[in-house]
Design a binder for this molecule. Structure first.
Ligand code: DGL
Length: 229
């Protein structure tokens, strides 16, 4: 009854969160979903804390008005910059019985099961990298893991403009991957810490050592959310 009237809302700055939505739909097919992609104001990655918080809160309010009982911020930048404040101040006041979840925590909780040598690379937007959210979360849970971050500011604009599979994208894919692996050549696991990035997986796989695991966070987010329903 609950699930017929109410939906799971999935939010991203643009197309990226669709990678997460697909996973939810196959893991929890009995629910209905509303997807909100803020293409008009994308990208979020280089915007200030205040702006990302405001835009994310706009989306959360809209999805709650549309009867979502659970909202997934399928956006690392929003998870890094807005989630905590929404959980700690907005929800208790306005919707204490509903939930908003992000994507950084579930990824961080599972990373130790993927890396074999404890050398992990994080790729993300400038906002996610500068927030140090992955470093903070992973250090708390798995202090043995050494983390190297690399911001990839050109990737989201390339993807949002439909150029992810173009030859022109190759330069920027190699540029950020090479810089990351030069910073720590021992990296055995790369976290795609932006929900847009899985769209570039075919290109990334062509240039990395096949022994490096590319971690697509969608698997962990779906499982984590199912525990909150
Ligand atoms: N897909 C978003 C993320 O996971 C951000 C993209 C952007 O708008 O810069 O961080």
């Amino acid at each position: 009854m609950y699930m017929q009237k109410y939906h799971i809302g999935v939010f991203d700055s643009g197309f990226g969160g669709l990678t997460i939505l697909n996973e939810f739909q196959s893991l929890l097919p009995e629910y209905s979903y509303l997807y909100l992609g803020d293409n008009a104001r994308s990208p979020y990655g280089s915007r200030s804390f205040e702006t990302v918080y405001k835009y994310t809160l706009d989306a959360v309010k809209k999805l709650f008005e549309m009867d979502c009982f659970l909202i997934i911020l399928a956006c690392n930048t929003a998870s890094a910059k807005a989630l905590r404040t929404i959980q700690q101040t907005y929800l208790p006041q306005y919707y204490p019985e509903r939930r908003v979840l992000g994507v950084i925590r579930p990824t961080s909780e599972n990373i130790h099961n993927v890396t074999k040598n404890n050398h992990v690379g994080i790729l993300g937007t400038i906002g996610t990298v500068n927030s140090n959210s992955y470093i903070i979360e992973i250090n708390k849970l798995h202090p043995q893991i050494s983390i190297t971050q690399q911001a990839c500011p050109m990737w989201v604009p390339i993807i949002e403009n439909g150029e992810a599979l173009s030859n022109g994208a190759d330069y920027f894919v190699s540029k950020y991957i090479d810089t990351l692996l030069e910073s720590d050549p021992m990296i055995d696991t790369i976290v795609l810490g932006c929900t847009h990035y899985p769209i570039l997986i075919p290109k990334i796989k062509k240039i990395i050592n096949p022994e490096i695991t590319l971690l697509n966070q969608k698997y962990y987010c779906g499982k984590k959310a199912s525990k909150h329903i």
